[in-house]
Design a protein around this ligand. Structure first.
Ligand SMILES: [Fe+2]
Ligand SMILES: [Fe+2]
Length: 181
């Protein structure tokens, strides 16, 4: 009853070198200062997308107020902490443009805040603000952009991130009730 045992010649040769371990380089976590700012970027981006779906004025107003608050707090922590401390690690031109872009966004936010959702151009202004912010975020996040230059610099981005996080909480608390009284 000998089964037709096939001669197993294909014995695996144990490879002596183990599979290369995934290097940390391929998936390195961003330091806290950067991951915090990127998270803000994603959140505000999602809110602009959500705005597009809205039809009721009351909902538009409520969401725009959230967008405005998020942008104000974000730009302020960048301008108080991240930008000045990264001055020197980041090219001057890039840094100067970032401040000018923040100012442009703030003006547009103020214009929208002075309007009602039923006004002509309200939606258009919110849309343009979203595009404006998207452009600015790209300048910060793209390869060779501000964040990548900052990561190559000397600052301790973990410690800076802790300070930014604390300041963000403070600003959120300060700015939120002012709107909702
Ligand atoms: Fe910025
Ligand atoms: Fe930013």
């Amino acid at each position: 009853m000998a089964t037709t045992a096939k001669a197993d010649t294909s014995k695996k040769t144990a490879s002596k070198t183990p599979a290369p371990r995934r290097t940390r380089r391929t998936n390195r976590r961003d330091p806290l200062a950067i991951s915090l700012l990127k998270k803000d970027h994603r959140e505000v981006d999602a809110m602009f997308d959500e705005y597009e779906q809205l039809e009721k004025d009351a909902e538009k107003l409520a969401l725009f107020n959230k967008i405005a608050l998020a942008l104000k707090v974000h730009t302020q922590i960048e301008e108080e902490i991240f930008y000045p401390e990264e001055r020197g690690d980041v090219e001057d031109d890039l840094m100067d443009e970032a401040y000018v872009e923040h100012d442009g966004a703030k003006k547009l936010i103020a214009e929208i805040e002075a309007m009602k959702p039923s006004d002509e151009f309200y939606d258009a202004k919110v849309k343009v603000l979203g595009e404006y912010v998207k452009h600015h975020v790209k300048e910060e996040e793209q390869p060779g952009g501000m964040f990548s230059q900052a990561k190559k610099g000397d600052e301790d981005l973990e410690a800076m991130g802790e300070r930014m996080k604390a300041r963000k909480e403070e600003l959120m608390a300060q700015m939120k009730p002012a709107k909702a009284n």
